[in-house]
Design a binder for this molecule. Structure first.
Ligand SMILES: CC(C)(COP(=O)(O)OP(=O)(O)OC[C@H]1O[C@@H](n2cnc3c(N)ncnc32)[C@H](O)[C@@H]1OP(=O)(O)O)[C@@H](O)C(=O)NCCC(=O)NCCS
Length: 216
């Protein structure tokens, strides 16, 4: 029996282990368990997150979903409150892995440097970063869905996504969006769950993705 509940601090070791196993090909996974733990901690403790755990009767972790009901607010809070810790862990790992450091600089160096500079400037001036409230539909996002390989194909992913839809709806979200790499089978999974494909896109780091959306 699968149940879905909020992902909490006590799930973090198991969640990071599962993430590194299932999504080992993801860029951030290359920074190892210490960085991923700081990333997960930042994710779940920043306002505006959607973070769910699928567990069995004995509370073993079967799957994880990460997303945000208010992505812009969530990412700002993550960077503001946890950016320096995550940045230090990321750079510390990159320093002893030169190949990874090179990829980091080539694909994200300039963007991350600007982010850190903005963060330090805001800290020094004690000014909270502000953005005007956006008009239009409230759009949330799902960033990761991962299920333990031995539990895949048994409805765990569906249970996670359906619970995220319920939670997002309760928070006033009108549409959920996600992207998935074109070479992963997840696109069929999302289509099966009623998500609409809205074409291809390239991330700021140059990776190709397919876009999906779901109206709540
Ligand atoms: C993609 C993933 C999250 C799906 O989770 P899951 O628990 O295996 O999927 P479910 O059993 O809940 O399947 C839900 C529906 O999607 C369908 N589906 C799932 N994976 C599918 C696939 N690869 N191809 C076609 N259909 C698929 C199932 O048949 C099912 O349909 P049904 O309910 O009508 O029978 C999981 O396989 C996974 O973790 N994959 C690796 C990581 C990944 O790709 N994550 C997504 C990108 S971040």
């Amino acid at each position: 029996m699968v149940s879905v509940r909020a992902l909490t601090e006590r799930d973090l070791d198991a969640a990071v282990e599962l993430h590194l196993e299932v999504l080992h090909m993801e860029f951030l996974s290359r920074f190892g368990p210490r960085f991923m733990r700081s990333y997960y901690h930042a994710w779940i403790s920043s306002p505006g997150s959607l973070a769910l755990a699928a567990v069995d009767e004995s509370e073993s972790l079967l799957g994880v979903l990460l997303g945000a009901s208010d992505p812009a607010h969530h990412v700002r809070a993550m960077v503001r409150d946890h950016g320096l810790t995550m940045g230090a862990t990321l750079v510390g790992h990159a320093l002893v892995h030169p190949g990874l450091a090179k990829d980091l600089i080539v694909t994200r160096g300039w963007r991350y440097t600007r982010g850190v500079a903005r963060l330090v400037k805001n800290r020094l001036s004690r000014r909270p970063s502000t953005n005007p409230p956006s008009s239009g539909p409230v759009i949330g996002e799902i960033t990761h869905v991962l299920v333990d390989p031995s539990s895949q194909g048994r409805g765990v992913g569906r249970a996670l996504v359906e619970e995220s839809v319920r939670e997002a709806r309760a928070k006033g979200v009108q549409e959920l969006q996600l992207v998935t790499p074109p070479d992963m089978a997840a696109q069929h999974f999302y289509e099966r769950l009623g998500w609409r494909s809205s074409g291809a896109m390239q991330s700021r780091s140059g990776e190709n993705f397919l876009r999906y959306s779901f109206t709540l």
